[in-house]
Design a protein. Structure first.
Length: 490
């Protein structure tokens, strides 16, 4: 019997949340399905490429093409990859399904579409996203330890609700000594993990430094996931910087206390691990209601919390409470929050859908809702075009070639499947002139490529000849290729 083929798609987001949840589900699926991850996250390089089949897809925020074109580009990339792996299911993790994803639905009638939609949204936010719900055969909402405080718009919407999803569902964690040795931390003494986001300025930076200083004053040591400390705060006096450790959940037993933002992944890794935690919600997220999550965990006796507006005094008081009440917090966690298992529940739902879904045959009401959504998108695009050009535009789906980004295409030989004839154009044999952009087509996936400013097209290793040819055709539609050259570098 053929295994289910499942394509997990993650949005860009502002952190590792979407990618981490889907990698948890991929691990839970294990050998029961052929899984492929297509991600717009710049954090994709932390995934073990020997464990996961992955491709990177640049988000519209890269600005390598007009946004209107990007939605068409996304559609064509999804369709090409889904056909390549014969996807039975496409599962999208994000708060707002992209138009390109939605439009790919009509191209893939034998593929089921799933929206993995995290709950606990800020009240009144992102309401337009729900208009895309009729395009999905299943909506899955993972549980949230802070859900008692949920007042957001997803609270009463229909969804398959499961237990919280966490890497702890699927990871073997190291014991305390092994975790500390692996991380290069002292095996003796109390250590707190301070993980309050990336080095923003202002109050956030002050709170991070205050948390570290206060923990040090208790005679503890500090580990931090960001190089955020300056001056005297260094490893020499008890602060240890952990560089690019992923997944950190594997080593969670190294710590006796956690001071963290209240993002979904952080809460559902630190709390079920039984680590006394202080959550400081990020109040600048567009959709995620971290204040509600932190409050809900505190209400349930699972953690302490401090609102950033309360400042340093509130944070240090919460840290003291967590240290004082650590035994009680750990006991409450053991009774109420250990062993969630949402990853396995999500995997089971996907496998069931893969065996029961046939062909997309929406009901008349669903079809009407889909058509209304698409007509509204077309009307918005037409209006924007009329405003920007002051004339009624042609019905082109893609911008005029003169408007596309001009690049010199460099194809990595290692990315080419057997049967491809390697050729260079005459212009491609000359070195690229200063100031000209080079578009690389490669099977290599590195941090420098993903976070760099130069465009590149990532093709998963071992792609078929037909897929490679289609991907080459796609890039010619969305870039203006000035010259082509072959490269032996990866």
């Amino acid at each position: 019997m053929k295994k289910a083929s499942i394509l997990l798609v993650t949005s860009n987001g502002t952190g590792m949340g979407h990618l981490t949840r889907q990698s948890s589900i991929a691990r839970a699926l294990g050998t029961d399905a052929d899984v492929f991850i297509l991600s717009m996250s710049s954090g994709i390089t932390v995934l073990d490429q020997s464990e996961f089949r992955t491709e990177f897809l640049p988000s519209y925020q890269k600005r390598w093409m007009p946004r209107r074109d990007w939605h068409q580009y996304l559609r064509q990339r999804i369709v090409a990859l889904a056909r390549e792996i014969q996807a039975d299911i496409i599962c999208f993790d994000g708060v707002a399904p992209y138009e390109g994803l939605i439009r790919s639905r009509s191209d893939l009638p034998q593929t089921a579409f799933v929206w993995f939609r995290r709950g606990l949204w800020r009240p009144g936010t992102n309401l337009h996203a729900f208009r895309s719900a009729p395009f999905f055969d299943l909506i899955i909402e993972p549980g949230d330890l802070g859900q008692s405080r949920d007042q957001g718009p997803t609270k009463d919407l229909a969804a398959a609700r499961i237990a919280p999803v966490s890497l702890l569902d699927v990871l073997d964690t190291c014991d305390r000594d092994e975790a500390r040795l692996t991380l290069g931390l002292p095996t003796e003494g109390k250590i707190a993990l301070v993980s309050l986001g990336s080095g923003a300025v202002g109050l956030d930076a002050e709170l991070r430094e205050a948390a570290c200083a206060h923990v040090l004053d208790q005679g503890w040591q500090v580990a931090t996931t960001q190089a955020i400390l300056e001056g005297s705060m260094s490893a020499a006096n008890g602060v240890h910087v952990l560089q690019r450790i992923y997944p950190l959940a594997r080593y969670i037993k190294a710590f006796d206390l956690v001071v963290s933002a209240a993002g979904y992944n952080a809460v559902h890794e630190f709390v079920p691990a039984g680590i006394p935690s202080v959550f400081v919600p990020n109040t600048h997220t567009s959709t995620d209601d971290q204040v509600a999550r932190a409050q809900g965990c505190h209400d349930a006796g699972l953690a302490e919390w401090s609102h950033p507006d309360v400042g340093i005094a509130g944070l240090t008081a919460a840290i003291d409470q967590a240290i004082t009440n650590s035994a009680e917090i750990s006991h409450t966690i053991q009774r109420r929050a250990a062993g969630a298992g949402g990853s396995q529940e999500a995997a089971a739902l996907l496998l069931k859908l893969a065996t029961t879904f046939g062909t997309d045959h929406p009901s008349l009401p669903t079809r009407a809702k889909r058509n209304q959504f698409l007509w509204q998108q077309d009307a918005k695009r037409l209006l924007r075009s009329m405003i920007s050009t002051k004339i009624i535009p042609s019905r082109r789906q893609i911008s005029d070639p003169a408007d596309l980004l001009e690049v010199n295409l460099e194809i990595s030989r290692e990315s080419m499947p057997p049967g491809v004839v390697a050729e260079s154009t005459a212009a491609g044999s000359s070195p690229t002139s200063a100031g000209q952009l080079t578009l690389r087509q490669t099977s290599e996936l590195t941090t420098d490529l993903v976070q760099g400013s130069d465009p590149f097209e990532h093709i998963s290793p071992n792609a078929s000849l037909a897929y490679w040819q289609e991907r080459t055709a796609i890039l010619h539609r969305f870039y203006r290729i000035k010259s082509t050259s072959m490269s032996t570098r990866k």
